[in-house]
Design a protein around this ligand. Structure first.
Ligand code: HEM
Length: 78
């Protein structure tokens, strides 16, 4: 099995957060469709709250991703 690699984990976490931002954003602008697609699990009010909160971890993880994937974390660790 492949070894645990924080650089990869941060990349995939960032992808998950980016998708969540898109889905919750759509949950605000297209709440009927997203509400139905999520079986009512993501009503507009919750989508709005999550969307307003998610940008903070998104930016933090994006910064970690850029640092780890093309910055200091990568040096000499191919
Ligand atoms: C929403 C924005 C982004 C998402 C969702 C994202 C997601 C990902 C994912 C999932 C990987 C693959 C991780 C793996 O399995 O190895 C990856 C790799 C990479 N990303 Fe991003 N990324 C984003 C933005 C960026 C930005 C802004 C940069 C650079 C400024 C960047 C640079 C890289 C590099 C260099 C790799 C290759 C890392 C390696 O394999 O060594 N990414 N990214």
């Amino acid at each position: 099995m492949a070894r645990w690699n924080p650089r990869r984990a941060v990349g995939w976490l960032l992808l998950a957060l980016a998708l969540l931002l898109v889905v919750t954003g759509l949950g605000i602008t297209d709440s009927q469709a997203v509400g139905a697609a999520t079986f009512g699990l993501l009503p507009r009010a919750l989508a709005f709250q999550l969307h307003n909160l998610l940008w903070i971890p998104f930016l933090a993880v994006l910064a970690a991703h850029v640092i780890l994937s093309c910055g200091i974390g990568k040096r000499g660790k191919e």
